[in-house]
Write a protein that binds this ligand. Structure first.
Ligand SMILES: Cc1cc2nc3c(=O)[nH]c(=O)nc-3n(C[C@H](O)[C@H](O)[C@H](O)COP(=O)(O)OP(=O)(O)OC[C@H]3O[C@@H](n4cnc5c(N)ncnc54)[C@H](O)[C@@H]3O)c2cc1C
Length: 421
């Protein structure tokens, strides 16, 4: 007997979560199956909708959507589809940015300033549009963030404030290869740690004490995004009080705590919407011709059938393994949907590193209802929709559109699936 649901969502990244939450809130019986952790573990946790078009920064993503190519996922779901997905996102998270259509400018750990549509509450006091001088604080053991260098770069980017950087020893003296979660848990638990002169202080107080001598009148202080996993708001509040300055987090490279916090919040929202979730279980095959009748899920070596009326394919791009490439070409491995690609591998890349590479846009080619299509432009299956970075037609690193495309196409695929029930 197959495990049954109305809508089966394959993939537990932003696209799959958005699809599953939307479909469950429409009243469908939804099941989400996912293999591994999603790219949220690597991503910054920022929700970029459209940061650049043709290499130029974008102030208002909605104003520029009409300039995107016809096959871009935003052209398929339309401006209203993007807005509705962001409204759903705003409802289930405490992210900021929903008060305006304009991109916010968020400082990143490399010292760049990134145009983004939604940002975690922890990044809010760090915005580059704020003219208060900022102190950036790095830790000796966290080599990915060189605070003085990042401060120089941010100033060079032309922000309307002075930025300074300081590097301190993290209390508790973690090793250079300690996981970011160790920093976060030390601050969450606020355990007593040894600090200067052999004294013991609660971790938050000890950290504030180490930063205070560098404060020099700065009204806001940015730390790498390790300020708590279970209680980030509490950690920030305690540090703000201890320093007498607004404290913010600077998004970091992988592994990303803000990305993991966002994943946790969206899984909670999925649970609240009444959907079922199974993780660690890859979909390995399917049965059906014009319609997918069932998929086969690998559960500890056994292939278990899962049947649904409607399916959403949200397995990610080249990073998530929703699109695979080898010497033969590029393929979508679950349903073997067509992935358009130049016949000659030399046409996959441009010579310039930051050129307009064809491979960056690889993915399945959807119709107006997000169903992957064959060479003739007909849907591969009546009841399969694709969402997120498994879709072609967009270049998320160049456009800074990754999370936005996943949320918008995910929500649209979830709603379209329920309309067919
Ligand atoms: C390093 C990095 C930094 C980024 N930074 C940003 C940023 O700052 N801002 C931004 O907006 N975007 C950013 N992005 C892009 C953004 O994170 C992605 O575009 C978006 O998260 C993709 O979501 P997705 O759901 O489509 O795919 P993924 O997040 O890749 O999720 C796919 C899911 O499908 C599962 N899966 C795959 N195959 C199967 C199968 N056969 N069966 C079951 N499950 C399967 C995977 O295990 C995974 O859980 C970044 C991406 C990377 C890699």
């Amino acid at each position: 007997m197959a495990i049954e649901s109305d809508v089966l969502v394959i993939g537990g990244g932003l696209a799959g979560l958005s699809a599953a939450i939307a479909a469950a809130r429409e009243g469908a019986h939804v099941r989400l199956v996912s293999y591994k952790q999603s790219t949220l573990k690597q991503a910054s946790g920022l929700v970029d909708v459209l940061g650049y078009v043709d290499g130029e920064p974008v102030a208002d993503p909605f104003e520029r959507m009409a300039d995107l190519p016809d096959d871009h996922p935003y052209r398929i779901v339309g401006e209203s589809g993007v807005r509705e997905a962001l409204a759903l996102f705003d409802e289930v998270t405490d992210y900021r940015g929903g008060h305006t259509d304009r991109n916010a400018l968020v400082p990143t750990h490399g010292g760049t300033v990134k145009p983004t549509a939604r940002y975690p509450a922890s990044a809010a006091p760090g915005l580059a549009s704020d003219d208060r001088d900022a102190l950036l604080v790095g830790f000796e053991t966290l080599v990915d963030f060189d605070a003085p260098l990042a401060a120089d770069h941010i100033e060079a980017a032309g922000v309307p404030f002075a930025a300074d950087g300081a590097t301190v020893r993290f209390p508790g003296d973690l090793r250079a290869d300690a996981k970011v979660t160790r920093y976060a848990h030390l601050l969450d638990e606020d355990r007593a740690v040894e600090t200067d002169g052999g004294r013991r202080l609660p971790a938050r107080e000890a950290l504030a004490e180490r930063v205070r001598p560098h404060l020099d009148g700065h009204e806001r202080v940015g730390f790498p995004a390790v300020l708590g996993d279970d209680d980030p708001a509490g950690v920030r509040a305690a540090l703000s009080k201890g320093l007498g300055a607004d404290v913010f987090e600077v998004p970091m490279g992988p592994p990303s705590l803000p990305g993991l916090r966002l994943a946790d919040r969206l899984y909670e929202a999925l649970d609240e919407a009444g959907a079922s979730v199974e993780t660690g279980v890859p979909v390995v095959d399917y049965e059906g011709e014009e319609r997918v009748e069932r998929v086969l899920v690998d559960r500890k070596g056994a292939e278990v059938p899962y049947a649904a009326d409607q399916y959403v394919l949200a397995t990610g791009g080249l990073v998530g393994k929703g699109v695979e490439s080898d010497r033969e070409g590029v393929r979508e491995p679950v349903f073997d949907c067509r992935v358009p690609q130049p016949a000659d591998r030399y046409d996959w890349f441009e010579d310039a590193v930051f050129g307009d590479h064809a491979f960056a846009r690889f993915g399945v080619d959807p119709d107006g209802e997000l169903r992957p299509t064959d060479e003739r432009g007909d849907p591969e299956f009546e009841n399969v929709r694709a969402a997120g970075s498994v879709l072609g037609g967009h270049d998320f690193p160049a456009e800074k559109s990754g999370a936005g495309v996943s949320l918008a196409t995910g929500r649209a695929a979830g709603v379209l699936a329920t309309e067919e029930l």
